[in-house]
Design a protein. Structure first.
Length: 592
């Protein structure tokens, strides 16, 4: 039903937006294919740029007040670019001189596109991106009071009777032991829960919180915890942290890699899934990511009375996990090897990693900041990355550790730690400066999206949002506006000023994903997907091509498929939404 409705709507809109028609269409998703704007909105004081595709080229363009019909700006393209990936010629239009808030229409030949200018255009996405985590909670009823009638659902995956998989068996907890491991967020399009990705996701969001705590505390998401004495932002993250605590073996401090069914469920609602769930193998990466996130959380939540006990518990859990990792420094998760030894076979997400220096750097750093003890500092110093700055991802958390040092180094622990923070700052600034060099020749006026290497699995989060977060760190460290501008340009790309014309967050913009690879959105019978989720984005690897319809294009920045079967380009994931929520909330805090 979804597909037929969507096809019919698209056909109608295409007819309405065909050149030659006299009427101006202002809400047409197909016009987003030729007039590329930030579909969420622009700030009065910031740059306002649109990209025009060749079909809509004109000698001049105009911006019209949607209420009065008054033309408030007229101008020609400021430059013309040719994509090295597709060969397409595009024009860049700059209407930054318009400062008044309001609803406008940008006209380009016979095409037109809505443009919003408002004081806080990104705030609704900041709230929506965090509310998506509530909609993705596991083990509790999702109530209409908070989710709306259409997205309410009964409790499922209570995880109070989870089995120890034989790969995770120990003397104290032999195979088949029943443990309770409730709560947390579903990881991605599936219903499993993974420590590596959860640790990274919570760590990234808490990292951004530390930069503007007073602003993050101002958000209200209408969740069950709203109205208590703690910011909603921290309440939502705690819902996942309290699950993570249950994944630590209390006997030795090691942490199970994931809580999972043996094989993925079908595209059905959570309440219809009844497979047995297991905790699987303790690993070094999971244990260190757990240690880092818990140490970080212990400092932040310790400032709030209702989380005082959790703060103490989290720090002790982090210390125990770190000690386990010291004793077991190289236990990788190798799913195929595990399946050769144990039953049942497990074929869900691996989150496998063979190198743990970055996890040791992050965990040791966070434990030092939480305790001030020299033993953690000594260990962290031994794992400082020697190469260039790398964007943070679940598979390489060096970027998270560097961000931690850039925050904590400003507190002045000692001349020695200040010096290390300065070295790491130099790496980040150099990276951001190199990215900004591409903007003047960019097809989309952005430091992201200019080379094929910018595209791949989860690129909109791990490359675009993370690049923006790095720019925001550079801005806070230097107060140079070019970095704030660069971060906002990444957001412009994400929200519609890009090769496909999609605003890549469900429920936002004129043209947004309708069929994400997410079981709930596909199975709930609601036409619109769960709102507030960032999809993975263009992926020329097309690893799903055998199981979903043909991609519209093989060009790297156009290789996106809005189909529920496209797990390579259209899945959602908590780490991707963590980067979105952190980036948009921080931008909302910085721009006045």
């Amino acid at each position: 039903m979804k597909s037929n409705l969507t096809i019919a709507l698209a056909a109608a809109l295409l007819t309405a937006c065909t050149p030659g028609k006299k009427e101006i269409v202002t809400t047409d998703a197909n016009c987003a294919d030729v007039i590329k704007v930030n579909q969420v909105g622009y700030y009065p004081s910031q740059e306002k740029v649109a990209v025009i595709e060749a079909d809509a080229f004109a000698d001049s363009y105009s911006l019209v007040n949607a209420q009065t019909g008054e033309t408030v700006w007229t101008g020609s393209a400021v430059r013309e670019t040719t994509s090295e990936m597709s060969g397409k010629v595009r024009q860049i239009v700059d209407f930054s001189s318009v400062k008044e808030t309001g609803s406008y229409v940008l006209k380009a030949g016979n095409y037109a596109m809505n443009v919003e200018i408002s004081e806080h255009p990104l705030r609704k996405v900041a709230v929506g991106a965090m509310k998506a985590f509530y909609l993705n909670r596991s083990g509790v009823e999702i109530l209409a009071e908070y989710a709306g009638e259409e997205y309410a659902r009964p409790a499922a995956h209570l995880d109070t009777e989870v089995l120890i998989h034989p790969s995770a068996a120990s003397k104290q907890r032999p195979e088949g032991t029943v443990i309770s491991s409730p709560f947390g967020w579903y990881d991605a399009g599936d219903f499993n829960k993974y420590i590596v990705n959860s640790g990274f996701s919570t760590g990234l969001m808490l990292m951004a919180y530390q930069m503007r705590p007073e602003h993050f505390a101002s958000y209200s998401y209408n969740i069950p915890e709203s109205g208590n004495a703690t910011p909603d932002y921290l309440d939502e993250i705690y819902f996942n942290l309290k699950w993570m605590l249950t994944m630590q073996d209390p006997n030795d401090g090691g942490v199970y890699h994931k809580l999972t069914v043996p094989s993925f469920e079908g595209f059905e609602m959570p309440a219809d899934c009844h497979k047995q769930r297991y905790v699987v193998q303790k690993t070094t990466a999971a244990t260190l990511d757990f240690a880092a996130a818990m140490a970080q959380a212990s400092r932040i939540y310790g400032q709030y009375e209702e989380y005082a006990e959790f703060s103490k518990t989290a720090l002790e859990a982090a210390k125990k996990a770190w000690l386990w990792a010291r004793k077991n420094p190289s236990i990788a998760y190798r799913q195929n090897e595990m399946n050769e030894k144990f039953d049942p076979d497990v074929t869900t997400g691996a989150y496998d990693d063979e190198s743990f220096g970055d996890e040791f750097f992050w965990a040791s750093s966070e434990l030092y900041f939480a305790t001030g003890k020299r033993q953690y500092l000594n260990f962290a110093e031994g794992f400082v990355p020697k190469g260039d700055y790398t964007l943070p991802s679940w598979g390489n958390v060096n970027g998270l550790a560097i961000m931690a040092w850039l925050i904590e180094g400003t507190y002045g622990f000692s001349p020695e730690t200040d010096l290390l923070a300065q070295r790491l700052q130099y790496k980040l600034i150099n990276y951001c400066d190199a990215c900004l060099e591409s903007v003047p020749s960019s097809c989309f006026q952005s430091p992201y999206g200019n080379t094929p290497s910018d595209f791949g699995w989860g690129c909109l989060s791990e490359m675009c949002c993370s690049r923006a977060l790095s720019m925001l760190f550079a801005y806070r460290l230097t107060s140079e506006d070019k970095y704030l501008k660069g971060a906002l340009q990444c957001a412009d790309y994400l929200f519609g000023r890009n090769a496909t014309g999609y605003c890549y967050v469900t429920g936002f913009g004129t043209k947004s994903p309708m069929h994400p690879h997410q079981r709930i959105s596909e199975a709930d019978g609601v036409e619109a997907p769960l709102p507030g989720f960032l999809v993975g984005g263009p992926n020329p690897g097309q690893q799903d091509r055998a199981t979903c319809p043909e991609y519209p294009s093989n060009v790297p920045d156009e290789s996106y498929n809005d189909h529920m079967a496209s797990y390579a380009s259209n899945e959602i994931a908590i780490n991707w939404n963590a980067a979105l929520a952190a980036m948009v909330s921080w931008l909302d805090a910085e721009i006045k």
